[in-house]
Structures are given as C-alpha cells and as structure tokens.
Design a protein around this ligand. Structure first.
Ligand code: MG
Length: 276
C-alpha cells in the first residue's frame, strides 16, 4: 500500500465524519453541475393569443363561432325546415348545413334523444354530425338499444365503434366535444394525410386520434375523394326528432414558431449546440 493511500485510510478511520462530508459535498457538486446547463430548443415561438373561456366548459369561449344559441338556425342552410322550440332545434326535413366552412376545429354540441322512446336499433333517435359534410360521428339513442357497434352513438359510422358507451338516458342531455383534424390532399388530389378525430361523450373519451379510412356512407366502403381544405358541418335528418342545443366551433391552429438556431445547452455564458 502506498504512503498516500495509507495516510488517507488512516485519516478516515480516525475521522469517519470527514468521509461523510466528502461524499455529501461530491453529491451536491454533481447535482449542481447536472443542473447548470439549460436546454433551449432554438425555436422562436409566436406569442399564443388570449382566449377567455366560457363561464363553464360547455359555454363558448371568446373565439368560438356560435352556430346555434337556442334562438334560430339562421347560420344553417335548410334551418327553416327544422323546428326551434324552447331553445332546442329538432331535426326536421332534410339535413342542415352550416353556412361557414371549417378545417381543423374543436366542435361542441349537446343533443337529446326523443321521448317517448320510439323504434329500435338504427331507428331510435338517429341523427349524425358530419364533419366537412362527409365524415359522420353517429348520433343515436344508444341507451339500452342494441345495434351494430360501428353504428352506435359515438361511432365513426361503419369504421369504428366508440371505445365505450357513455350514453345518458333519453330525455337527458348528451354532450359531444369533438377535435377534428381535416384530411390533406395534394394538388393532384392524392391524399397526403388522413383525417383524425378525438371525441369526448359526456366527459368520457370515446375516440382518441382515430384515423379515418375515408367518408362514411351506408352502401359502399369508405373512400377519400379530394375536397377543399375546409367544409361545412352538417347534421343529419334520419326521421327522428333529435334535439340539439349549444353548438359552437373553434377553428384550430397549433402554436407556431420558427427554428432560428440549432437546439443548444446554455451554461452560464457558454452555449453548446446539440448536434443531430
Ligand atoms: Mg346517423
């Protein structure tokens, strides 16, 4: 054993508390040096806009476009053929189609299945919300009403059932909160990226970033056919007086930023780029 290590050993045998101090100090130093550098992503973000939320999470936020506030269906084509009574719009003769068109968006609406209960399966409280007038999320009285699963309430019609059945009984109000990513097409009409939907039914997640296979017809497979980047929202008339209220939409644009430099670690005045 060398003189040095011998003396070290001896010292520490003699003063064991010194060893603890050395260990404690080295732990502190290690953690300080681990925290000394800050990761910076090199993106210059645009300042996010300010939105004032509604009084409740169901009420329209300040940047929402209200499509139905209980008074009239003036913002919809064919709205005059649906009945509006006591703040509720009842599906009537033919679909209604919003005057305004939307791409990526957040859609809130509330709906109630008819009372007294009439019919069964697809014949009970059937309607539907069509994003871009093409892609249906089913509206149906699915409270104790068996039908094919990819046709029950919250289904993307003929493509997927909802993950769970979160229906309230007929006469009570259901809410849909829908998060829509529109499909993208190139100039030649080729699909560049499909549509995605996330949906919450009465506070319950039922679809999580589901990738649509195309549109949602009854009589043929789903397919994508080029259409403009925005399209109207339509609500189906399937012969049942489903009630709707509190319909609003927010156009959605993600936070924007520009990569102005490579990501780097900043440690005091020293900046070290992170290589790919
Ligand atoms: Mg339907």
């Amino acid at each position: 054993m060398s003189q040095t290590s011998m003396s070290f050993r001896q010292r520490n045998l003699k003063f064991p508390h010194r060893l603890s101090l050395v260990i404690a100090a080295s732990i502190v130093l290690t953690s300080v040096s681990a925290n000394a550098g800050e990761y910076l992503n090199g993106i210059k973000w645009k300042k996010p806009g300010v939105v004032t939320p509604g009084k409740t999470d169901s009420a329209p936020p300040s940047d929402a476009i209200v499509l139905f506030d209980g008074k009239s269906l003036k913002d919809w084509k064919n709205g005059e053929r649906w009945e509006v009574k006591d703040g509720v719009a009842y599906s009537g003769k033919g679909k209604i189609v919003s005057n305004e068109a939307f791409g990526d968006c957040q859609l809130h609406l509330e709906w109630t299945a008819p009372v007294p209960v009439k019919g069964s399966g697809q014949g009970r409280g059937n309607s539907g919300i069509f994003l871009m007038d093409r892609y249906e999320i089913q509206v149906l009285d699915s409270y104790d009403n068996p039908t094919y699963f990819d046709g029950q309430a919250g289904a993307i019609y003929k493509q997927t059932p909802p993950a769970v059945n979160a229906m309230r009984p007929p006469g009570e109000w259901n809410t849909y909160d829908i998060f829509w990513t529109a499909p993208r097409f190139d100039d030649d009409g080729k699909l560049v990226s499909p549509a995605y939907i996330t949906a919450i039914h009465n506070g319950v997640l039922i679809l999580n970033h589901f990738e649509l296979k195309g549109d949602t017809p009854y009589n043929r497979p789903p397919a994508y056919k080029q259409h403009p980047p925005t399209g109207p929202i339509s609500i189906q008339d399937h012969g049942n007086p489903v009630g709707f209220r509190n319909i609003w939409v927010r156009k959605f644009t993600p936070a924007a930023g520009e990569q102005v430099r490579k990501p780097f670690i900043r440690d005091g005045k020293k900046e070290t780029p992170i290589e790919d």
